[in-house]
Design a protein around this ligand. Structure first.
Ligand code: E4P
Length: 257
């Protein structure tokens, strides 16, 4: 396998750097296909969403049941509507009662999907018995966007992509917790998705430190979904802080002269 490195980006697959141009938005293949890079926010907290949306960098949002637990006491449907009003992009909502039959889960998915004309994405866990794949495939045939979630291995990613998942969510630090290497899983997944000409986009979540964000993106993630606690650390660097102070001091001295 040839890994091509450019500007600290690892581009997976048997490609040459000459096949790409950088248009300032994303890496653009000379045949016109744009390799997007996006950041989503991983939260359901309105204050956090409002603050980060104002930065103009996020293009979508992801949630799950644990994220909603932090918002205990709020009305689920009302909160999802508030989020959909604020975030102009795909918003992933996870199926909540996974013990239900697939027919019941399909109805739950259809209900959430009806809450917005295009931006609701249904998060479906990778059940061990293939039930999640069946759901992804059925929803794909109904043109409902899906996000196959809780993925730890490349096998799971590829099955979800082939079944028609719009997005696949690789859980970076949970891969590590399981003894695996998330970078390998992301690189293998991206290479197979590209070589298979699949439209599925890789979202990498479960990010616990700022360096995880860059490791995920440079390994081939199309999208990273970042919790607020990590997002607010991204603009910070101690040397930048030091430099700003130095310039402020210089301006003070200049204006006193
Ligand atoms: C991503 O879609 C998930 O919501 C999230 O990133 C999971 O992260 P965790 O491992 O912190 O629960």
């Amino acid at each position: 396998m040839d890994w091509v490195v450019s500007n600290n980006k690892y581009l997976v697959g048997k490609i040459s750097i000459l096949d790409f141009t950088n248009d300032g938005v994303g890496l653009k293949r000379k045949n016109g296909c744009i390799r997007n890079m996006e950041i989503y926010l991983d939260t359901a907290n309105m204050e956090e969403i409002r603050e980060i949306v104002s930065w103009g960098v996020i293009t979508g949002l992801t949630t799950n049941q644990k994220i909603f637990l932090k918002e205990k006491g709020t009305d689920f449907k009302k909160r999802v509507f508030e989020i959909l009003n604020l975030v102009d992009g795909p918003v992933s909502i996870e199926l909540t009662k996974t013990k239900l039959s697939n027919d019941e889960l399909l109805n739950e998915a259809r209900e959430y999907s009806s809450w917005h004309e295009r931006n609701v994405v249904i998060k479906i866990p990778m059940f061990h018995d293939g039930r999640g794949l069946e759901l992804v495939n059925k929803l794909c045939k109904e043109n409902i966007s899906t996000n196959a979630t809780c993925l730890i291995s490349t096998n799971q990613v590829i099955l979800a992509a082939l079944s028609g998942a719009t997005y696949v969510s690789i859980f970076f630090n949970r891969v590590k917790d399981s003894g695996g290497d998330p970078i390998t899983v992301i690189k293998e997944s991206r290479m197979l998705i590209d070589e298979g000409n699949l439209k599925t986009k890789i979202i990498v979540g479960s990010l616990r430190r700022p360096s995880d964000v860059i490791e995920a993106l440079t390994s081939g993630a199309h999208i990273v979904t970042v919790p607020y606690s990590i997002m607010v650390k991204l603009p910070w660097h101690w040397k930048t802080e030091e430099t700003i102070k130095e310039f402020d001091q210089a301006w003070l001295e200049y204006t006193k002269s």
